[in-house]
Structures are given as C-alpha cells and as structure tokens.
Design a protein around this ligand. Structure first.
Ligand SMILES: Cc1ncc(COP(=O)(O)O)c(C=O)c1O
Length: 283
C-alpha cells in the first residue's frame, strides 16, 4: 500500500476471500442501514445491501448531491462497468464529505492497476495519512489474474479493520495460509502487472477505433478491463447486434437502469479473439 499506492500514516491490512467477500459482507459487518452506491455499478453492492437488510440509494459521483444521514458509501475507482476514473478533485470532494459527515467510504479499487488514458489514485493516497473512515479494497483476481485463488485484501482505518477482523473470524472467513503466501509473492512483483496492463491497453486500442467508426460512442473507459459504449439504442438491441456476429457483450442494464442504452465489452478474451472481433464488426 505504501510503495505502490502511496498510502501513508496509520492503516491496517486484512486479507479477504476475494474482494467480493468484503463487498458482500461490509454492510452487514458494519451494521450499515442506509448505503449509497453508484448509479451504474457492479451488482454486488446492491446485493450486499439486500443481504444486510439495508436501504440503498443510487447516487452520481458528486457528493454535493448525496444525502448525509447514511452509514456507508461505496465508490468504485476505476469503475466496473464504465472504466471511469475519479479525478483528484473528485476524490478530494469525497474525502471532505466523509470527514464532514463522519460517514465511512469504502473505495473498491480492484481495477486500479490497469490505467489506460487516465491514472487513478487510491483513496488512501489522497487521504494523506488521515485514514479514519476510509477502506480501500484490492484484489489479486485482476492485478495478478489469480481469480481462482480468492486472494484480496482491504486496507485502511485501523479501528474499522480491527472490527472487521473480530467479526469475520467468527464467520470462518480466514484466508488459507498457502493462499496468503502466494499473495505475498505476487504482491512483491510489479512486472507481471505492467505486462497485463499493456495487454488490456493494446486490446482497447484495437477495439475502440473499430467501435467508433461504426457509430458507437465510447464513454469513460479510461482504465480497467472494459469498454462502455452506446449507439443510443436499447442495450438488448445492441447485445443482439453483437450476438448476430458471434460476439458476447453485457447489457448495461445489468449495472443499473442508467446503463440501459449501453453495453459493456470485456477485454478479457484473447488477443486473437479481440482482433477477430474488430474484423467482424468492421466487415
Ligand atoms: C468492481 C468489482 N469489485 C469486486 C469484484 C470482485 O472480485 P474478486 O472477488 O475476484 O476480488 C469485481 C469482480 O468482477 C468487480 O468488478
């Protein structure tokens, strides 16, 4: 956290069974009853609130529009599905809002290792050593392609991490020691992450121009594993258009009704498949 992500001051780190475990359990573990989630978001933020019997309010990025009487806010930087990166000013505003209203911010940063046109920062860097109220979630599923290991961690506010540790161990959420060891090895190496980031960047460079030349508008898509695009028609019509060419994309409405005219294209197929996709849609 200190070397790669610029965290400073006092913070603690807790390994988690994938970042999904922490996303899914956090509202329950913190007994959060009103939760803010992004309007277009990874579906588990909503599921975890339902699981924790909490009320969910969908919000945009600007804390100026957020209700204050809430217990937990999720931000996802860079975002799945949009690939949107929070600017420094946007992160600063979130931090200021959290300190003013004393609300915990959980920043899901599992796509942070894959910047493209814009580089994002961890909330723990912008917090500049004052980490109270902040948790950052990281995952080796994306960073090191270790999804099957279920290897992730949460870092931040020492009191919050202590509380999570106390409760999680009674739920049996310990990470097996061999996985912790593998994680330590993977986290010591940055070269494989840079190689992987290059791979996604190249795939994006092949697909984005092909999509634009066909009349798609690509929004955000500044980082992470996805292209978020629209032809101003229903997501399912666009899904069908791709499916007719043998290409599987995800309808944007999976991520909230605000995504209903978008599709998410994953850059996780092989290089040759991505090249083939560019050819098929241009043909
Ligand atoms: C935004 C986001 N957070 C968390 C996860 C969970 O990943 P994992 O449990 O493999 O760390 C995903 C997986 O796709 C994701 O997109």
């Amino acid at each position: 956290m200190r070397n790669r992500l610029g965290a400073s001051g006092e913070f603690d780190v807790l390994p988690t069974v994938g970042s999904k475990e922490m996303v899914a359990l956090l509202p329950t573990l913190l007994e959060a009853k009103r939760i803010l989630i992004p309007k277009v978001a990874y579906p588990t933020y909503l599921v975890s609130a339902i699981f924790g019997r909490a009320e969910v309010i969908e919000v945009d990025l600007d804390p100026g529009n957020w209700p204050k009487d809430v217990d937990l806010v999720w931000i996802n930087n860079p975002s799945n599905p949009t690939g949107r990166v929070h600017t420094q000013a946007e992160l600063n505003a979130v931090i200021k809002w959290s300190r003013t209203h004393k609300v915990v911010i959980a920043s899901d940063e599992c796509y942070l290792p894959f910047p493209d046109s814009d580089e994002s920062e961890s909330i723990l860097k912008r917090a500049a050593g004052e980490n109270v109220g902040f948790l950052a979630l990281h995952s080796l599923s994306k960073r090191s392609n270790l999804a099957g290991y279920r290897a992730a961690f949460v870092a931040g506010d020492t009191q919050l991490v202590k509380r999570l540790l106390e409760i999680r161990k009674h739920l049996g959420m310990m990470m097996p020691l061999p996985v912790q060891r593998a994680m330590t090895v993977a986290l010591q190496d940055e070269s494989h992450v840079e190689r992987q980031a290059d791979i996604y960047r190249n795939r994006r460079r092949i697909l984005v121009p092909a999509l634009i030349s066909l009349g798609f508008r690509v929004e955000y898509s500044q980082a992470g594993l996805y292209i978020w695009c629209t032809r101003n028609q229903s997501d399912w019509e666009t899904v069908a258009w791709f499916a007719n060419r043998g290409i599987l994309v995800t309808p944007g409405s999976f991520y909230g009704s605000a995504g209903s005219e978008f599709v998410r294209i994953a850059l996780t197929a092989t290089d040759s498949q991505i090249a083939e996709v560019a050819q098929r849609i241009s043909a």
